[in-house]
Design a protein around this ligand. Structure first.
Ligand SMILES: [Zn+2]
Length: 304
């Protein structure tokens, strides 16, 4: 099975190098090192958003930033050293200097679909880690400032009595396709665009297994008991620093009670219902870069 969009493939993270400061410095300053610049969660691409814009160390140096956060990402399958750099300290980005006919500074959500899967996964990896650095500036245990370590893959509290190490946070979420006698449950929530329908999802809570989280979410959202929980695949989802763990499940009964605080509506659809509604433009499906769409497409293929 192909890895999902935003999952780095053909890429070596070289984790064993991260604590070797000298090696790291040499790697980052080498001529062939490419930096993924991130400016306040936004990434840089060509004007048509099909190609990422990387910086060399020399270009980065010329920006004259005071110790920007850098992260060693690893080696690409093309043999390039890749790193991430936070350039948010440039404020504001001057239109004339930065945005000519060749460059865009865009939200990853807007650029993700036009980049190749490999490029999108590397940019997502860079952006997710840099956002974590901003969120983890202070120690959650004692409140003292933290500093970056392990080439940007950890932070340590600078209070000598504490020294707690902090690691990038990933939020596990379950996403599940519920089926019942050849039909699939699709729902919308108040935050969705009007016509969008998707499968159910929710965050895993402390003290529960993934299977329990799947059953709880379905019960909370549509009041259905389920069985036959089958793992499908997983996807890192950079927009919420999540790992989406995908399942298919079978409902024990058809009649549901939609929780109106969480969902605006939910209904059962056959593959033919979906095709017709999409054709008539009364139904929108999840983004093609999402695991929601991949699970749904797989289910439709197996049921048509
Ligand atoms: Zn501390």
């Amino acid at each position: 099975m192909q890895p999902h969009f935003y999952a780095t493939s053909g890429f070596d993270r070289m984790a064993h190098f991260r604590d070797d400061d000298e090696k790291m410095e040499n790697r980052l300053k080498a001529d062939d090192c490419l930096f993924v610049p991130v400016w306040n969660d936004r990434v840089f691409t060509s004007k048509d958003r099909t190609t990422p814009r990387y910086f060399s160390y020399a270009e980065l140096d010329a920006l004259d930033l005071q110790s920007p956060q850098m992260i060693y990402l690893g080696q690409s399958h093309k043999g390039q050293t890749l790193a991430a750099v936070d350039i948010s300290a440039i404020e504001p980005l001057d239109e004339q200097d930065w945005f000519d006919d060749h460059l865009s500074c865009v939200d990853l959500r807007g650029a993700g679909l036009s980049l190749s899967a490999d490029d999108a996964s590397i940019i997502a990896y860079a952006q997710t880690l840099l956002r974590w650095h901003k969120d983890a500036k202070f120690c959650g245990r004692c409140g003292t400032r933290t500093t970056s370590k392990s080439a940007g893959h950890a932070r340590r509290c600078s209070n000598d009595d504490c020294k707690t190490e902090h690691f990038p946070r990933i939020n596990p979420a379950v996403i599940m396709l519920v089926e019942y006698e050849g039909r699939v449950l699709l729902a919308s929530n108040p935050n969705f665009p009007e016509k969008l329908r998707s499968i159910l999802a929710g965050f895993v809570e402390p003290g529960e297994s993934l299977e329990q989280a799947v059953a709880r979410e379905v019960w909370e959202e549509v009041g259905l008991e389920i069985e036959n929980i089958r793992y499908h695949s997983s996807q890192p989802w950079p927009f919420s620093s999540s790992i989406m763990l995908g399942y298919t499940v079978t409902a024990k009964t058809e009649a549901m009670t939609v929780n109106k605080e969480e969902l605006s509506e939910a209904d059962w659809y056959t593959p033919a219902d979906i095709a017709k509604a999409v054709d008539e433009e009364v139904l929108g499906l999840p983004r093609v870069d999402s695991i929601a769409r991949a699970i749904l497409d797989d289910w439709i293929k197996g049921n048509t």
